[in-house]
Ligand binder design. Sequence first.
Ligand code: ZN
Length: 268
Amino acid sequence: MGLLSVEVPFPLVVLLLCITASLVAGLMLTTERAAALGSHPGPAEGAVRARRSRPAPHPPPTPHGKHPAGGTLVDGQYTHRKVSTLSIQPIRIFGDPVLRTAAEEVDTYDKELRGLVKDLLDTMRDEGGAGLAAPQLGVSKRVFAFDVDDVIGHIVNPVLEFPDEEEQDGPEGCLSLPGLYFDTIRRQNVVAKGFNEYGDPLQIVGTGLMARCLQHETDHLDGIIFIDRLDSDRRKAALAEIQSQDWYNEDVKVKVTPHDSKGVFFKR
Ligand SMILES: [Zn+2]
């Protein structure tokens, strides 16, 4: 076979030359732009400014801040970059209406649910809590996570059963009421029946602290906060203490709880 010879019609040659010229011009423009960005304090700031100058390319977020396609919200824009392996979310504080709303049953065991479970687990562990329910992250779904005596897990659509009448009385706290603990009477033994994030049935047999946690978190799914379980004298004292807290008198209800509750969600 001899030399490859292809006859190119003249108009096509002109077209190819035009495309080549455009590419060279584009490359030069990109180089100039990069040089200009170099004058900013750092390349990261330049990148953020460039992102913000464009309109949002994606639909609005789902209720707990995840993009339906799995992206992550960064600086008001969605990105598919892996920003962090942790997924820590702000916790809703007493006074937020979502904490007084009965949560909906979960009927779809999908990627979004698994994202919610990860948010709950990561945020609970970051705060050092023994439990965290979805409404505390502003998501009105019947799901909560728990971490009691190194037993860590989650449950979807829990239903409680009480095998006996035995009770316990002791201090109880809540990440949505930061820094406050009130003696609360609970049942000593409880069985929680529900599902995991894939829809497989599961059952948690709880006694003592775990039983307290299961009751506290299931209450959250019904819009009940633990001070509702106090008798009238204890509740009156608790409300006075709540009203004296700085966070109670602030207008902003969505915020990260202070870290002074770390590790002592339920005192022992
Ligand atoms: Zn709570």
